[in-house]
Design a protein around this ligand. Sequence first.
Ligand code: E4P
Length: 299
Amino acid sequence: MSSTPVTDRQAKTARRPPSKILVDGGDPGETKHIRGLLGFVDGQTTNPTLIAKNPEVARMVKAGQRMSESQEAAEYRKIVQEISPLVGDAGVSIEVFADLNTPAKEMLRQGREMNSWIPNAYIKYPCTAEGLKAAQASVAEGIRVNITLCFSQRQAAAVYAATRGARQPVYVSPFVGRLDDAGQNGMDLIANIKRMFASGDGHVLVLAASIRSLAHLLCSFHYGAELVTVPAKVLEDWSQKGMPLPDASYSYPSAGKAIAWEELDLSRPWESFDIRHELTTKGIQKFVADYRSTLEQAS
Ligand code: E4P
């Protein structure tokens, strides 16, 4: 992978998109490559699936080597410590290992530990009741959080209510591509959450996630997502096309079923929102499976 000279980088930096750009991946080499291409990377998101795909981890697993839980944590720490200095102020999101039965207390224990790995950590908790309890306790301690696997406006409202009073920005990550996969127009969720948060206090930022295409990226800019996390191949495509931005006549070529707007009162207690979602459950199960695929004893 080759890097673009600094002069080019400076020129490109002058043309920043309206959303912060994060690399969605688990390979520091890839982050360096994208920084060379774009001239900047604002942040990074990782998750158990992406860490299992890290070249070093994947090589070990392919060779039949497996790690203990503490070796896996050390590997994860090494990866995020390499990425940390490569990115700007949107930080590096690190995901706790949680299955459907993991209590908030255990997530919080992991979150505290992961938060000590790097100075610019955002701890990712799943958008479940236990995840939100852990997030609530984390923000009270000054730990930055990113609530992941968000698939509904109600979940985003609950994130808002659970983290009210946070002294640092809270991220909520709606998963656009996985909603598209389920036949819906995932970008509608971004638009609906942005509209809902317009009447809020601004403490939760929308991080568009599960981005699969240039159209997703441009529409995230168009809808004003504060951040967007993007796989390297989509960023390469964007760079190759000259880093275009949507103009006033932009319209999103959607094919999925529209996601209806809901009128929700952000002042309600977070527990009063129905945050159950099948795709959140499936997402947790997939992360658990990918995490366990790297461990010496599948449990
Ligand atoms: C974001 O934080 C997630 O890591 C990511 O965007 C998931 O994307 P996927 O649906 O392509 O797995």
